[in-house]
Design a protein around this ligand. Structure first.
Ligand code: PHE
Length: 341
């Protein structure tokens, strides 16, 4: 190996061995100086191979490799030293500061309202039941005394999964939670006292007060001697619990195939911008369970009577929080939802 080359190697080896590598900047600069693909010293040496006399090439190559090794070893050691130093360095930490609270989401206002309704009825002694959202024609209509082809079926615009066949058997998205009444009474003799919260679906025009899917809480009480007075009493108590003692509620006669007599209840929605200072918003349908319904589930209507009701959770949430359009409950806009933390 030519003398001047030998000197170059000697200098580089010494420089590698002695380089100060105590900071991240020094380590970076060192890596670039020797290993950079463009102009690193090692790269330059490798590029020089063609100019080395053939008989010296082997020795040259070995010396470059050894130098590269030395660079890599120093880099690794320096890196580890730096990390160890950082780990043991005293940190500026005030352990008496309170921890940071992680940001939490919140329950959707529909969920909050449904839980509130549940809480009230549980305190009145009601158990909670559930049923499927995909129902058959019989549970959703037939057992609830909707005769086949009866116009009352049109009251609830149905999303059919399997349209009804000649015998009237079909599969649908339940249009109300009343089929859960049937399912509960099929499995249990009176006394029955349950609520059934859940989602329901209706293929109807969407507006500020109606959406194609919404939530109901069904209620059912069947026992000996249950009367319409009991129904009104429980709904009045419920309204005071949810809306406060100054709530204004009215009952209107109505019609449902599965209750007789039937009534709907409205809550007064105070609204100063409205010419009348507010308006009535319907929140529920109710009535005395029709004897035909009891017969369909083998409960003796001579012995037992019952009341049932079905309330709209969204409508109640709208009244409680003064929400003027049901659709915002389904838009999942965080600016809206974060008001309900
Ligand atoms: N299922 C009825 C509806 O969705 C409400 C209702 C329930 C009426 C129970 C009477 C008794 O409109």
């Amino acid at each position: 190996m030519a003398d001047n080359l030998d000197t170059t190697f000697g200098e580089l080896e010494a420089a590698v061995a002695q380089a100060a590598l105590s900071t991240a900047e020094e380590i970076d600069a060192f890596r670039i100086r020797y290993l950079s693909k463009k102009q690193g010293r090692i790269t330059e040496l490798l590029k020089g191979i063609p100019r080395v006399a053939p008989e010296s090439r082997r020795a040259y190559g070995q010396r470059v490799n050894a130098l590269k090794q030395a660079v890599e070893t120093r880099l690794e050691q320096a890196q580890q030293q730096l990390m160890a130093q950082e780990r043991s360095a005293p940190v500026d930490l005030d352990l008496t500061l309170p921890g940071r609270r992680p940001a939490l989401g919140s329950l959707h206002p529909i969920t909050q309202t449904e839980r509130e309704i549940r809480r009230v009825f549980e305190s009145f002694g009601f158990a909670v039941a559930e049923g499927p959202e995909i129902e058959d024609d019989w549970h959703n209509f037939g057992a609830l005394n909707f005769p086949p082809d009866h116009p009352a079926r049109d009251m609830q615009d149905t999303f059919w999964i399997d349209a009804p066949d000649e015998e009237g058997k079909g599969v649908l998205l339940r249009t109300h939670t009343s089929p859960v009444q049937i399912r509960v009474m099929q499995n249990q003799q009176p006394p029955v006292r349950v609520i059934a919260p859940g989602r329901v679906y209706r293929n109807e025009a969407i507006s500020y007060k109606s959406f194609c899917l919404f939530h109901q809480v069904e209620g059912l009480y069947v026992d000996q001697g249950v009367s319409m007075a009991d129904l009104k009493q429980i709904l009045n108590s419920f309204a005071r619990e949810i809306f406060g003692d100054d709530v204004k509620m009215r009952f209107r006669p109505s019609f449902f195939p599965f209750t007789e007599p039937s009534a709907e209840a409205d809550i007064w929605w105070r609204d100063d911008s409205h010419p009348d200072g507010g308006r009535w918003l319907e929140i529920l349908g109710s009535g005395m369970v029709d004897p035909e319904v009891l017969k369909a589930v083998d409960i003796d209507p001579e012995k037992y009577t019952g009341y049932a009701f079905g309330m709209g959770v969204e409508r109640i949430a709208m009244l409680r929080h003064n929400i003027s359009d049901i659709r915002v409950l389904y838009e999942n806009d965080v600016r809206f939802l974060s008001q309900f933390n």
